[in-house]
Unconditional design. Structure first.
Length: 168
């Protein structure tokens, strides 16, 4: 009996796991979060004062490959702002793993900030460590700046590519 796991070898049964694949990509590229140079790289478009659209792209999140398929988009609802207040929301890619089933998912979600009269702060989010077994990890993509009832802008919080792997 083998004392190692030959991940890419034939074993006579299904044996390659998501953890195997994630560990490989983390070893090759790094265990951080990276937007890959494919598609629209998750470009954000402010559609209205309550809607931000995220375009297609691929990313590595601590070794996990996550994507919005080419030509597809995800629409995110931004809660109404309040007159005479400012707020910052974050758009994040949220990784979750069910404690009961082990099923992993990734979704683009909005983390709502707190309205204040001036100088709003970013809301907190879960950094998480997938390799340490955390059940949630967030990868911030955008800061949504809300002034009163108006979305003023979306600040990009990432750089596309990985300096050691994707520069040509």
């Amino acid at each position: 009996m083998a004392n190692m796991h030959l991940v890419t070898g034939y074993a006579g049964k299904t044996h390659v796991t998501a953890a195997d694949h994630g560990a490989f990509w983390a070893a090759v590229v790094g265990a951080e979060n990276y937007i890959l140079n494919r598609g629209s790289r998750f470009a954000a478009q402010i559609v209205s004062n309550n809607l931000v659209r995220i375009a297609d792209g691929d990313l590595l999140m601590q070794g996990r490959h996550v994507r919005i398929a080419p030509g597809e988009t995800v629409d995110l609802t931004i809660e109404n702002g309040t007159a005479e207040t400012k707020r910052r929301d974050l758009i994040v890619v949220r990784y979750t793993r069910s404690e009961a089933t082990g099923v992993e998912e990734a979704n683009v979600v909005v983390v709502r900030g707190t309205p204040v009269s001036s100088s709003p702060a970013d809301p907190s989010y879960i950094v998480g460590d997938i390799f340490a077994g955390d059940y949630q990890a967030d990868f911030p993509l955008y800061r949504v700046n809300i002034n009163g009832t108006t979305i003023e802008s979306c600040d990009t919080l990432f750089e596309a590519g990985h300096p050691a792997f994707f520069d040509y």
